[in-house]
Design a protein around this ligand. Structure first.
Ligand code: ADP
Length: 375
């Protein structure tokens, strides 16, 4: 186990700044996940920790050691990648023990570590299988076992579940959590999939354009996103955003207005802001008792209904005119969750309320969060 510290890390590739002045303290034994859209710099950050890439500026420590200039093999890390590279001509035992045999560990120690790793990733009884006789999930477990036997201070995992089918990915998510619990090791995990980040991590590191956006436990990122980017990225379906401006009595946009005292919430009339509200925080007017503190009701038109089984996604429009114009989609549109057995139909006029306790305000110029509640 070890902590990992990134100090002022920048990685420049000619005209691309892949990582931009990142500072991060990863705690000893923590499961931390780098998450963000493709190309945001997650892998590059991970590669600088691994020593596969040298940062243009900044330093990296693992535990008390400055490892900035050390080769990967001397950093006390093990890596698992998306593409599972097992030796095809070796069986599971040989694949898992390969690194230990190379380093001339004695046989007893090799067997002890292989047995323990096989137990953790549930590969017992498969030691003489060849990779081609195994499923994708089993092969990925062999790759993880191979990383475990090195008994690293820090595990680095870059999209290890990306190539698995959806069902297996969910299964492996729980396996990785179990692995973390049993090994009690620092795990740094990279994914573009916010569901993986939310479900497994002690904290998540949200990155966009090489810049760190928020470092916090998953539910804090969900409930108190630091800015509009995090608000839109974390959570599925995504938060709704309404662009407008602060007026004397609150917020006003083309289709809605919400009453509040600007001074109390640190905004001033004329300021351009964005209101953010999650689908589960919007209710039909007749269900307004479900909101802790409902706003006044707004008119909306039901555009599209999406039955999801346990709930129904309803895409609403604030104005019928928007419905008719293709370029109007997304503008004046709102997604809410309804119960699945609703008798509401596409094309119906409805009235909705939002829960003031879960209305977020963002400054439009900076994107920074101003408040997460209007109460
Ligand atoms: P992510 O892992 O979030 O998808 P990466 O860290 O792979 O993102 O990439 C971040 C940015 O750096 C991207 O714009 C990518 O094109 C660029 N990049 C990554 N590796 C290289 C490289 N070896 N040479 C040039 N540009 C690179």
């Amino acid at each position: 186990m070890a902590s990992v510290t990134l100090q002022d890390i920048t990685k420049q590739y000619e005209d691309v700044t892949a990582v931009d002045d990142m500072n991060l303290e990863i705690r000893d034994g923590e499961f931390i996940t780098f998450v963000g859209p493709s190309g945001c710099g997650k892998s590059t950050t991970m590669e600088t920790i691994a020593g596969l890439t040298l940062p243009t500026e900044g330093s990296i420590s693992i535990g008390e050691r400055d490892v900035t200039d050390l080769p990967p093999k001397d950093r006390g890390i093990s890596m698992v990648f998306q593409n599972i590279a097992l030796f095809p001509h070796m069986d599971v035992y040989e694949n898992v023990s390969f690194g230990l045999r190379l380093r001339k560990y004695d046989q007893e120690e090799i067997d002890r570590r292989v047995d323990q790793a096989a137990d953790i990733v549930q590969l017992e009884g498969m030691m003489d299988r060849m990779p081609k006789e195994m499923s994708g999930g089993q092969r990925q477990r062999v790759a993880i076992a191979r990383a475990i036997v090195r008994e690293p201070d820090v595990f680095l995992m870059d999209e290890p579940l990306a190539n698995l089918d959806a069902e297996l990915r969910v299964h492996m998510r729980t396996q990785l959590q179990r692995l973390h619990r049993e090994l009690d090791t620092t795990i740094i995990y990279v994914t573009h999939d916010q569901a993986q980040a939310m479900t497994m991590s002690d904290r998540i590191v949200v990155i966009n354009g090489g810049v760190l956006q928020q470092v916090a436990p998953p539910l804090e990122c969900y409930n108190e996103p630091a800015n509009r980017f995090v608000a839109g990225f974390i959570g599925s379906p995504a938060m709704n955003f309404l662009e407008g401006e602060v007026v004397d009595g609150g917020f006003e946009s083309e289709y809605t207005n919400i009453d509040f005292d600007p001074g109390t919430h640190g905004v001033s009339p004329g300021q351009e802001i964005t209101v953010g509200v999650r689908p589960e925080d919007v209710f039909l007017e007749e269900d307004s008792h479900k909101a802790a503190s409902p706003t006044k009701a707004f008119d909306a038109v039901v555009d599209v209904l999406e039955p999801m089984g346990k709930e129904m996604n309803a895409y609403l429009l604030f104005d019928r005119e928007v419905e008719a114009s293709a370029e109007g989609r997304g503008k004046g549109q709102l997604l809410i969750n309804l119960v699945p057995d609703t008798d509401i139909e596409e094309g119906d006029d409805i009235r909705i309320v939002m829960d003031r306790e879960n209305i977020h305000l963002f400054d439009r110029a900076s994107g920074d969060a101003i408040t997460h509640s209007l109460e």
